[in-house]
Design a protein around this ligand. Structure first.
Ligand code: XMP
Length: 326
């Protein structure tokens, strides 16, 4: 019968049979799926696996550290972090259009990952080893969805770490292909993947880049990162993480309004809270968060993030609004 332990035993055997003595690489986004897939492969073939995290500078506060320290500590995985913050900021300079942002982020991601692959292949080759396999955290719903057309991808071009070019000369290892999200979480917990990663809510591949309405700059990213960290902290403190599907925090960087903060007039930016309830992200309703929680988040953000003088709540369902603002 179905237990996380049985899934792990079966998959470890299957992965060993597939990979043999070869080397294998995995792109680690910080999300649940790639983390659990990597942990499974690590369990099966240990040091033959190298994980690559592309740090595009669009992650939320603490997320890269979580991968860098917590994930590595719990799994012992070989991890290469490519610090590409400058590269992404440069490529995105002056761009406000959402689809253009998505395309640039997707394109740069692939280039960086290909560079990383080339380095790993070259290094392994120097030791007479062969790198033939690529791990992907494909889930059962992804398998079904890609058989049934593009779906939501028609509305926005989704960037996933899985969305790598098909001309790569790698054989895929997809140990989560038969699993649903909650099963992946159970397997991850059994493997000792940190709870902060296993229970993480969905987060888009282009990260905070599509939560800044307007041009992306280092300063704007920092403002959003601080506001987002406060909202997340308060939602967790209030025990609401399981009530909401996710809560994007959005910076309206091109909008300014007049406020009064401290002892003077300010001309700052609004932050939007977008808490949603959903079963599958195809449709969603806005979550009726308790007023006192909203109030605490609002007070803290406007007190602690000087550049923000207004916090607004998005009360739009999907449709007509999408979950993300871009
Ligand atoms: P929308 O905004 O289309 O989002 O209602 C639906 C769900 O998908 C997530 N999302 C993404 N996930 N890459 C991803 O991996 C992306 O490019 C992307 N865009 C949106 C979004 O957070 C929500 O859960």
């Amino acid at each position: 019968d179905w237990t996380p332990g049985n899934v792990i035993a079966d998959q470890v055997a299957a992965i060993k049979a597939q990979i043999g003595d070869a080397r294998v690489i995995c792109a680690l986004s910080g999300g649940v799926d790639s983390a659990v897939a990597a942990a499974l492969v690590q369990q099966a073939v240990g040091d033959q696996l190298t994980c690559v995290h592309v740090d595009h500078g669009l992650m939320r506060a603490g997320e890269v550290e979580q991968i860098e320290t917590d994930f590595v500590a719990s799994t012992g995985v070989n991890l290469v972090i490519r610090d590409e913050k400058e590269r992404f900021l440069t490529a995105l300079a002056g761009v406000s259009d959402p689809e253009t942002k998505r395309k640039i982020i997707g394109r740069e991601f692939i280039r960086v990952f290909e560079d990383a692959q080339r380095d790993i292949v070259a290094e392994a080759g120097a030791h007479g080893e062969e790198v033939k396999f690529l791990v992907q955290g494909t889930l059962y719903p992804d398998v079904v969805e890609s058989g049934g057309g593009e779906g939501a991808a028609n509305i926005k071009s989704h960037h996933n770490v899985g969305g790598l070019p098909d001309d790569l000369d790698f054989e895929l290892v997809e140990p989560l292909r038969t699993l649903f999200k909650d099963e992946v979480r159970a397997v991850g917990r059994e493997l000792g993947v940190p709870e902060e990663i296993v229970s993480r809510q969905p987060f888009p591949g282009p990260g905070l880049g599509i939560r800044i309405v307007g041009e992306i700059t280092a300063e704007r990213l920092e403002i959003l990162r601080r506001a987002d960290a406060i909202a997340r902290e308060e939602l967790t403190k209030a025990g609401l993480d399981n009530e909401i599907w996710q809560c994007p925090v959005v910076l309206l960087a091109d909008v300014r309004s007049v406020g009064v903060q401290g002892d003077g007039r300010t001309y700052g930016h609004p932050i939007v809270l977008r808490p949603v309830s959903s079963e599958d992200a195809m449709t969603a309703d806005w979550t009726r968060l308790p007023y006192d929680v909203l109030s605490t988040i609002s007070t803290r953000i406007t007190n602690e993030v000087r550049e923000v003088n207004r916090v607004v709540l998005d009360v739009t369902s999907k449709p007509p609004g999408t979950i993300e603002w871009e």
